[in-house]
Design a protein around this ligand. Structure first.
Ligand SMILES: *[C@@H]1O[C@H](CO)[C@@H](O)[C@H](O)[C@H]1NC(C)=O
Ligand SMILES: *[C@@H]1O[C@H](CO)[C@@H](O)[C@H](O)[C@H]1NC(C)=O
Ligand SMILES: *[C@@H]1O[C@H](CO)[C@@H](O)[C@H](O)[C@H]1NC(C)=O
Ligand SMILES: *[C@@H]1O[C@H](CO)[C@@H](O)[C@H](O)[C@H]1NC(C)=O
Length: 408
């Protein structure tokens, strides 16, 4: 009789009843394997029917039960060979020879013995090491710094081995590069896999558009974002059109503030804030930049009812452009012109005399030469103040200005 014993956990060897001899054994006294190193096991089964069978007896991993069953726990390659069971009772003696073959084969790691792996700095790394074998091999890793790690080793949260043998590095750094060896081992042998880990750093990258035009209106607060990625983490600063440098968490001129996340905050913007704003992200691995062109449209020009109001229109070009104003009503003034209500000066400035609520609206200044034309719209609002009487010995003109409806 040949018993194939697969090397897994405990294995039962069942002693067959000797039906050929017509004998039935019911063991009450058994001896387990008597000498270690001997592959022969004597199995005395003395018949004494009716009594309760005692617990199995034996040595080490060997147990012989009352019913004549031999159990071998954690069978290994050294257990292979022949086993003889001798059973006797008052009617006679029977012997059984059992050949035990232990099937085992050495580990084999899937996918070759050498691998090159490129990981990104700051990201987790998983290096698989799947090994077959019988019995299933245990997996251990030797890290680049010669530290040994297996799934049973605990303590280090940064590096661990999953039950399936995968090595996990929580967050790769350039210091983790090197050779990592996976060792799969079982009683039949070992297999190894060598992985060369390269860790590349991520250069700085700005997520927002590289060139952007932002139009703001006078008086508002603006946020210009500049979100960076990269490992090592890049440093961010902004450079303004006039050369001003703004660093993180720095206030400049009571107007600019750079948040830690790279967003530049501008408060109460004015036309003079128009220009290029450059965000620069740098790290040891490179740099990235983005340019925001800010255009702050002038807000409406405020005129005071009853007073004169000047609208300036500066133009440049070659040949020297001619300027013309289009009034809210649609009429066009070519310069120079001297009207009762509107005066267009030689330098392009439009003077509105004795402004009233009817003068509000959009004034368009158009400059043109034979190379082309450009225009700018100037919204005008006229404010009137209710009369206010100031009792004061000093008349400094402010009463007159506030109370524009009287005195003219
Ligand atoms: C003999 O007894 C053992 C332990 O009680 C049991 O595991 C095994 O299955 C039995 N064998 C037979 C053939 O009944
Ligand atoms: C060995 O390297 C691992 C991962 O690179 C790291 O977590 C561990 O702290 C290092 N051990 C020593 C002793 O340097
Ligand atoms: C940056 O931080 C500021 C202040 O916490 C916040 O208002 C702004 O929305 C953030 N910007 C981005 C792009 O996350
Ligand atoms: C144009 O000339 C007038 C009168 O001399 C002056 O008040 C005004 O400021 C000038 N405009 C500009 C834009 O210089």
């Amino acid at each position: 009789m040949l018993l194939l014993l697969f090397l897994t956990a405990s294995v039962l060897v069942i002693w067959a009843k000797q039906t050929g001899l017509g004998k039935v054994f019911s063991g009450t006294e058994q001896k387990g394997r008597e000498e270690r190193g001997s592959d022969v096991l004597r199995c005395h089964a003395l018949a004494s029917a009716g009594t309760d069978a005692p617990e199995g007896r034996g040595q080490g991993r060997w147990r012989v039960f009352a019913n004549g069953t031999l159990a071998i726990a954690r069978a290994g390659l050294e257990d292979r060979g022949q086993y003889l069971c001798t059973a006797a009772n008052p009617h006679g003696t029977a012997q059984l020879l059992v050949t035990l073959s232990v099937v085992a084969y050495p580990p084999r790691i899937a996918g070759g013995r050498w691998q090159l792996l490129t990981a990104h700095s700051g990201k987790p790394v998983a290096v698989a090491c799947r090994a077959e074998g019988r019995p299933p091999p245990t997996i251990a890793w030797v890290l680049a710094n010669k530290t040994h790690v297996s799934d049973s080793s605990t303590g280090n949260n940064d590096v661990r081995v999953e039950p399936d043998g995968t090595l996990i590095i929580k967050e790769a750094t350039v210091y983790d590069r090197g050779l990592y060896t996976c060792v799969a081992r079982n009683p039949a042998g070992t297999d190894t896999l060598v992985v060369k880990l390269q860790v590349v750093a991520a250069p700085p990258a700005i997520l927002e558009e590289k060139r952007e035009r932002v139009e703001g209106t006078m008086g508002e607060n603006l946020k210009l974002p500049c979100t960076v990625t990269g490992n090592p983490r890049p440093a961010v600063h902004w450079v303004l059109f006039d050369g001003t440098v703004v660093k993180p968490l720095q206030f400049v001129n009571g107007k600019l503030f750079l948040f830690a996340n790279g967003t530049l905050h501008l408060s109460t913007i004015a036309p003079s804030d128009s220009g290029n704003y450059e965000c620069i992200a740098t790290s040891s691995t490179g740099s990235d930049r983005r340019v925001v062109t800010l255009v702050v449209e002038p807000g409406p020009v405020k005129g005071i009812s009853g007073e004169s109001l000047s609208l300036h229109c500066l133009s440049e070009g070659s040949p020297r452009p001619r300027t013309a104003w289009t009034l809210p009503g649609g009429s066009v003034l070519e310069r120079p012109q001297l009207g009762r209500k509107h005066v267009l000066l030689e330098n392009g400035t439009l003077l509105i005399r004795d402004a009233s609520i009817h003068d509000r609206g959009d004034y368009v200044c158009r400059a043109h030469n034979n190379a082309g034309e450009s225009s700018v719209t100037v919204p005008v609002v006229i404010v009137a103040y209710a009369p206010r009487i100031t009792i004061s010995s000093v008349t400094d003109g402010s009463a007159k200005r506030r109370g524009g409806t009287w005195g003219r």
